[in-house]
Design a protein around this ligand. Structure first.
Ligand code: FES
Length: 168
């Protein structure tokens, strides 16, 4: 799934970003701070943004892509409005977290690390979040759900879908 970058909607942010690059590129080792700024401004670092960085800094696009894909704080796709984390720490794993994760990915029709085409949900597998007594655990937009069964997942996800419908 690819997400086209919207230049028009991001016009103001692009001006801010390009100004930032112009100042920052004079400093040694500035690529990381430029990437952090881009991730913060746009929520992800699509190829269009990497091309702008490459053109302005003369850093080869392959090098930029290598850094973006190496560090987990950078993302090539936008995050969903609701970020889901399914804990795969030991306590959760032995209590069936993989089944929970499978149920969530199947329900949303995306892989771990993916975002739904409507940008409503994205999903990550996480390490222990310190709520092992509630294992298996899932978080959605900061809400914690514990002692989960696969059969709980549809209802929980639907409740977030309904919130979107009410808000629209
Ligand atoms: S292992 Fe999942 S919360 Fe600790």
């Amino acid at each position: 799934m690819s997400f086209a970058f919207d230049f028009e909607a991001n016009a103001e942010k692009l001006v801010e970003f390009e100004n930032f690059i112009d100042i920052e590129k004079r400093k040694k080792g500035s690529l990381m701070s430029i990437l952090h700024k881009g991730q913060h401004l746009f929520g992800y670092l699509p190829i269009e943004i990497q091309q702008i960085i490459s053109k302005k800094t003369n850093i080869p696009i392959a090098e930029i892509y290598g850094v973006v894909t190496f560090y987990s704080q950078f993302s090539l796709i936008p995050k969903g409005k609701h970020e889901i984390g399914v804990c795969l720490g030991t306590a959760c794993y032995v209590r069936g977290a993989q089944k929970i994760l499978d149920e969530v990915t199947e329900n949303l029709g995306i892989e771990v690390g993916g975002t739904t085409p409507d940008l409503n949900f994205s999903i990550q597998a996480t390490r222990c979040i310190g709520a092992c007594g509630l294992a298996p655990v899932m978080t959605i937009s900061g809400d914690v759900y514990g002692k989960l069964k696969s059969s709980d997942i549809k209802g929980i996800l639907d409740s977030y879908r309904e919130r979107e419908e009410v808000n629209n």
